[in-house]
Design a protein around this ligand. Structure first.
Ligand code: FES
Length: 107
């Protein structure tokens, strides 16, 4: 099972085992991790599943869709070049070890 590490703004980190094919957002929610709200349930409508992808992993993710790109303009915390919506990150075996930083707020 691929594992994902979520790093909180205070530096605390939590690692979760992810099901292949699940999204990073769903992995966080089903493992009870805080810091991701996902108000729209993963339908790319809310931008409350915002994460910052660690630089080492940026090239391993598929590019953003136009829809994701537009939504990222409405995140509560500042958008950065490595901002993604975690509901749009599908976990594959190649993403084992993925590191995602959580913003200081989602709303
Ligand atoms: S959960 Fe709403 S945009 Fe990702």
């Amino acid at each position: 099972m691929p594992s994902i590490t979520f790093i909180h703004p205070d530096g605390r980190s939590e690692t979760a085992e992810a099901d292949t094919g699940a999204t990073a957002m769903a992995t966080a929610l089903t493992r009870g991790l805080d810091g991701i709200l996902a108000e729209c349930g993963g339908n790319a409508m809310c931008a409350t599943c915002h994460v910052y992808v660690d630089a080492a992993w940026l090239d391993k993710l598929p590019p953003r869709s136009n829809e994701e790109d537009a939504l990222l303009d409405g995140t509560a915390a500042e958008r950065q070049p490595n901002s993604r919506l975690s509901c749009q990150i599908k976990i594959t075996p190649e993403l084992d070890g993925l590191m995602l930083r959580l913003p200081d707020r989602q709303t």
